[in-house]
Write a protein that binds this ligand. Structure first.
Ligand SMILES: [Zn+2]
Length: 70
């Protein structure tokens, strides 16, 4: 029982940190283009990463706007 809890806790921390790291990494131009042209086929977590990152990173927000207006 104890090990099960530890495993669940470790897994939770792993998932959260992976999400935070993913959100912090800058977006690549290619990812923004995928979002623009292939949004329907993208996973929900990928879309969330894009929108979360744009909300917090001015640099990527500028690039995002530029690509969306192309
Ligand atoms: Zn960024």
């Amino acid at each position: 029982m104890f090990y099960l809890l530890v495993t669940l806790a470790v897994y939770g921390v792993f998932r959260i940190s992976r999400e935070i790291i993913g959100n912090r990494a800058h977006l690549m131009e290619e990812e923004i283009r995928d979002y623009k042209y292939k949004r329907r086929s993208l996973s929900e977590s990928f879309q969330r990463r894009i929108t979360n990152h744009i909300g917090t990173c001015e640099e990527c927000r500028e690039q995002f706007k530029k690509i969306m207006n192309e």
